[in-house]
Write a protein that binds this ligand. Structure first.
Ligand SMILES: [Zn+2]
Length: 169
């Protein structure tokens, strides 16, 4: 779940933002805007920011007493953001949208402008890997959950990791 709806911005969702804000999103980057009505529907359905799975996850964590920062710029690159950050223990959580991050279960290759979309999504995946590596090099812990995952399961995983890191300090 990334940030497309509401207001959480994640590094990987910068592209979402652009699509939402411009009537001709890719006009400058592509002479022939690749946005067909079907693609727009796909994009709307796949907005990642503050989508309900992410909100559900945040509510569950909050209800369990955990406190965290939301949509926080990363120390490795202020242009990238994490969806949830437990700053004291260095735990960074990303909720990845199935479309934008190429979920192995739900991602469907767009039928039009396939090369354009695939390079975009592969770019996101490459950035995700780079973000993971660089955060870990700093000694941080990274958890990525897909937006399709059960928020209860995801919250349990995150809470467990948070407690393990806290107890280790
Ligand atoms: Zn998925």
């Amino acid at each position: 779940m990334t940030r497309a709806s509401p207001r959480s911005r994640s590094p990987e969702h910068v592209s979402d933002e652009r699509y939402r804000q411009s009537p001709l999103p890719m006009a400058s980057a592509h002479p022939d805007p690749p946005v067909t009505p079907a693609t727009l529907r796909t994009m709307r359905a796949n907005r990642s920011r503050d989508t309900s799975p992410e909100l559900a996850l945040r509510r569950l964590l909050h209800a369990s007493g955990l406190r965290f920062r939301v949509d926080m710029p990363l120390p490795i690159d202020r242009r990238r953001r994490a969806d949830l950050v437990f700053t004291k223990v260095g735990l960074y959580v990303f909720v990845d949208g199935c479309f934008w991050h190429g979920c192995p279960v739900h991602f469907v290759r767009p039928k039009t402008r396939t090369d354009f979309w695939m390079s975009k999504i592969e770019g996101n995946q490459g950035r995700d890997n780079d973000t993971n590596r660089r955060l870990r090099e700093l000694g941080h812990t990274v958890i990525r959950v897909w937006e399709h995952e059960d928020p209860v399961d995801a919250a349990e995983l995150i809470a467990r990791m948070y407690r393990a890191l806290r107890d280790k300090r």
